[in-house]
Design a protein. Structure first.
Length: 383
């Protein structure tokens, strides 16, 4: 006669396996790195999820999107982030680097929206900027102004005043403060604004059609002659609030400094909560979180953190993350992301119970690489 295995005993076994696997993992907290834009959001969730005392407070590091993805992709195990925050999509080359290091199973979660604004002091008169204005002011190489409209000769940026870029703009030196090269904010601004302004020149549009890689490299490169300066966010705010130049900042930062700063419309559209959410504003963007599936069930509090971040009380229409700059997604989009999350949390049984190997070990890395090679071969054989 078969004996029934009590439910509480089964639960105890699962708990034991989870606790054992997490102990072997060797890090008693969740490790998150990445975008400085998402850092305040991720930190707020860390505070909420640890307030119950059930898990240790996750460690959130502001490394910039590029820097965070680099750390995330270096491997699996206690020394590498469990989650990376990104203010742009992960690039193909970054995913390939992840794969080379055995980080093959990654889940992308869209968490909301943000806008990038060109801010100025409220003491200044209103500016109206176009993509062309910003491209000519900030690009490293621009079409030679002595050429006709069809000329494809590029020269180092000669413009020093805004009035030289556009006579309708103030006769003031071009001074712009913004994020560093590793920032996803800078990547998005270069792609959405500088590229658009660059493509407005017929010769550059022809280049885009003929050689997209060259077009992107030339159009997205920001000048390095002192006109554009990379600064920490707090310093950027100080500079522009005092009337010393313009600043490229996040919509959420602008919202917290409305008494000092105002955003210039771009292409005639002001950045507002609604224009960013509806994606009418030309420099709105989705924000992302990338989850390392190999760490599910191992990194302490990982599932609890993901569930809290994607709860209505956090990322919903009236969630607490709005105060930190998040523009929530429409309900239908949130439902799609929640379905993704349900799929990966279901995989969160302890890795030790699956194969007895710790992530990050030589054996697990070799197996992961072998699996990746097998999958690539299968994809090739299927065209």
């Amino acid at each position: 006669m078969l004996k029934r295995f009590p439910a509480y005993a089964a639960a105890s076994v699962l708990f034991f396996h989870a606790a054992t696997a997490q102990a072997e993992f060797g890090r008693p907290y969740l490790l998150i790195a990445g975008s400085s834009t998402i850092f305040p959001l991720a930190s707020a969730v860390a505070d909420h999820v640890s307030a119950s005392g059930k898990i240790r407070k996750p460690k959130v590091e502001s490394t910039g999107t590029g820097g965070g993805i680099k750390l995330f992709c270096e491997g699996t195990g206690r020394n590498y982030p469990d989650i990376v925050l990104a203010s742009r999509m992960m690039k193909k080359v970054e995913r390939e680097e992840c794969g080379l290091n055995g980080v093959n199973e990654i889940t992308e979660l869209k968490i909301g929206y943000d806008g990038i604004v060109v801010a100025q002091s409220r003491k200044d008169g209103p500016w109206n900027l176009t993509n062309r204005d910003l491209y000519l002011a900030l690009a490293k190489m621009v079409p030679d102004p002595k050429c006709s409209g069809s000329c494809d000769r590029l020269i180092p940026n000669p413009y020093r005043k805004w009035s030289e870029v556009n006579p309708a703009l103030p006769d003031r030196p071009i001074v712009v403060w913004g994020p560093p090269l590793s920032s996803g904010t800078r990547d998005t601004f270069a792609e959405d604004v500088l590229e658009a302004g660059c493509a407005g020149f017929p010769a550059m549009k022809q280049m885009m059609l003929a050689n997209e890689a060259r077009f992107k490299k030339l159009c997205q490169s920001i000048r390095e002659d002192g006109v554009y300066e990379s600064e920490p966010e707090s310093s950027i705010i100080d500079h522009i609030a005092s009337g010393h130049g313009l600043g490229i900042i996040d919509f959420g930062v602008l919202a917290k400094h409305r008494s000092e700063l105002v955003a210039a419309p771009i292409e005639g559209i002001e950045p507002t909560y609604e224009s960013v959410k509806s994606q009418r504003y030309p420099v709105g963007r989705p924000l992302y979180m990338y989850v390392k599936q190999a760490h599910l069930g191992l990194a302490p509090g990982m599932e609890a953190y993901l569930k809290e971040f994607t709860s209505d009380r956090a990322w919903g229409d009236e969630g607490y993350l709005i105060a930190d700059g998040l523009i929530p997604m429409p309900a239908a989009e949130r439902t799609i992301e929640l379905e993704k999350l349900k799929g990966i949390v279901a995989l969160a049984e302890p890795a030790a119970a699956k194969n007895g190997k710790k992530p990050g070990s030589r054996e697990s890395k070799s197996a992961s690489k072998a699996k990746s090679a097998k999958e690539k071969g299968a994809r090739k054989s299927h065209g």
